[in-house]
Design a protein around this ligand. Structure first.
Ligand SMILES: *Cc1c(COP(=O)(O)O)cnc(C)c1O
Length: 527
């Protein structure tokens, strides 16, 4: 007689919830089911191995309605065996996933991931620690804290600095604007927004950030009750870096209009151009105006560990707060990010002591409850991924990977320059390239915009390569974002060839055989 049977018999004498016999205890992770755990994971690994080995393109090219049709057959009220569920998943997901590790995936800020980080993901998911309180994580809390200390140290934020892991740059930027808003209100109105909400003249608060900064700043302003109108877009120079003179002008204009500057958000690595705002000059200006300086280094944080280009981030140590996305520039899986602050006292804005979770008495006893610094409560132990990566690979390898991407961007720039039908928009700074297809006689305008939109769409439909698109000065461009240190210039040559092919096809859409026309070009033209 095994344990379960004994238990069930004992339980029989009590009134039993009617559905309890429906639960198969074999599915619950515990010490008795380690065999089942291992067998399940091995099936999962085998499936991933099969899918990744078969993925000779970054994407299958499937269209949303084609894939959605397959989902209609799935009835979530029915169950099936694991093998069947995995086979179904292969059809619904893995065969049509977008594979970031593929060298011809050059679209967004997604990196290939380090194997130690994948192993860490398995560990943290299995133990399922929640790094909100010490009593739900113990060592997990100390691992996260040590990585926060490591990060503030490599930034150079000083002895009073601290931080917290977040779900991503968006959450980090929201925290930055929250702390800056509170600090500004406390200074100007002697008023804590945490307790009393927004002061009466909150409508005067202004955030200054460049035209090339990330949209999460606008989003944060909206969430914080300030609205998009509170974000003052500052002009960029021709390298897409914030123009310091333009910022000073905007600040003076705001002050003259009785507005209250609350923060300057500098971007260290803009999403489109990889441009780094002039941090030392901005820090100086913020000092003069008594303003919070937030540095959004979601992308550029890779420079923190770069053997060659760390000096591009000079001035970041003056920031009041910093956003870093390890899941963009440190070969980490989604999510893995952090928010850092120069003076840890500002984190008190998000501290709330609940008797049932993190009582004040624990804080007084020195119990490290990370929830006291976070806008989340239950929180993934994402820090473990960076931890194991650093322990096994080391920061130098991560930096070398980022440097390789910067180097590749320079090579790719030369490649694009050498192609007469391609017009580049900027010198690469980090590892993005913005350019467009523009054959010799093609004039600026709607037709050229359409051609470039069509190229991107046709490429995605073919699945052979995934590139990004963006608009600059109202015109449609194409974009490479290079975060894969193993992508070679030959890979990019192949992508360029495809771009030229589809560009020419667009120009002659009428002559195309119907199949190609339908699949690749017509939809793109209609879009
Ligand atoms: C990606 C990005 C963000 C947003 O980060 P998520 O991790 O996607 O939430 C913020 N700022 C910049 C500059 C970015 O490139």
């Amino acid at each position: 007689m095994n344990n379960e049977t004994v238990m069930l018999q004992t339980v029989k004498c009590c009134p039993e919830p009617s559905a309890s016999h429906l639960l198969n205890p074999d599915f619950i992770f515990n010490e008795r089911n380690l065999g089942h755990y291992q067998a399940s994971l091995l099936q999962g690994i085998a499936l991933i191995q099969k899918s990744v080995a078969a993925a000779n393109k970054p994407f299958s090219g499937i269209l949303p309605h084609e894939l959605a049709a397959q989902f209609r057959a799935v009835d979530l009220r029915q169950t099936c065996g694991l093998a069947e569920a995995l086979a179904e998943l292969e059809q619904l997901y893995l065969n049509h996933a977008v594979y970031f590790h593929h060298p011809q995936y050059v679209a967004h800020l997604n990196c290939p991931i380090a194997i130690p980080a994948i192993l860490a993901e398995l560990l943290l998911v299995s133990v399922n620690s929640s790094v909100d309180t010490w009593d739900q994580s113990a060592g997990g809390t100390l691992i996260e804290q040590k990585l926060l200390d490591w990060t503030t140290e490599i930034i150079g934020l000083g002895g009073q600095a601290d931080g917290i892991f977040t779900s991503g740059g968006t959450q980090s930027n929201l925290m930055a604007m929250l702390l800056a808003r509170d600090s500004c209100c406390a200074k100007n109105a002697g008023y804590s927004t945490k307790t009393h909400g927004l002061p009466v003249d909150f409508g005067k608060l202004r955030i200054f950030t460049s035209q090339a900064s990330h949209f999460s700043i606008q989003k944060a302003a909206a969430i914080l009750g300030l609205g998009y109108d509170a974000v003052v877009p500052v002009a960029c120079d021709r390298y897409f870096k914030m123009d310091v003179a333009a910022l000073a002008h905007e600040l003076d204009r705001a002050l003259a209009n009785g507005l209250i500057p609350m923060a300057v958000v500098a971007t260290a690595g803009t999403t489109d151009f990889g441009s780094i705002d002039p941090l030392p000059e901005l820090a100086q200006l913020c000092q003069v105006y008594g303003l919070w300086l937030h540095v959004d280094a979601a992308y550029g944080c890779g420079l923190l560990v770069s053997p060659k280009f760390r000096h591009w981030l000079a001035g970041i140590e003056c920031a009041d707060s910093v956003t870093v996305d390890y899941h963009k520039a440190f070969l980490q899986p989604v999510s893995c990010s952090a928010f850092l602050v120069k003076d840890k006292r500002h984190l008190a804005v998000v501290t709330h002591h609940a008797d049932y979770l993190n009582p004040l008495s624990q804080a007084n006893d020195g119990v490290p409850n990370l929830v006291n610094k976070s806008i989340q409560t239950t929180k993934r132990f994402d820090a473990l991924k960076l931890w194991l990566t650093l322990r096994v690979m080391g920061a130098a390898q991560l930096g070398a990977a980022f440097d390789a991407c910067i180097h590749l961007a320079k090579q790719a720039y030369l490649l694009l320059l050498s192609e007469p039908s391609i017009e580049t928009l900027h010198h690469p700074q980090l590892s993005t390239l913005v350019f467009r297809y523009r054959p010799a006689r093609q004039a600026d305008g709607a037709e050229l915009d359409k051609a470039n939109a069509a190229i991107r769409k046709a490429l995605f439909r073919s699945g052979e390569a995934v590139i990004a698109g963006t608009k600059v000065h109202g015109q449609q461009y194409l974009k490479f974002t290079l975060l894969n240190p193993l992508t070679t210039i030959q890979d990019l040559q192949a992508v360029l060839k495809l771009i030229l092919f589809y560009g020419r096809q667009y120009g002659h859409a009428d002559d195309l055989p119907n199949a190609v026309n339908d699949d690749f070009v017509k939809e793109a033209c209609d879009a």
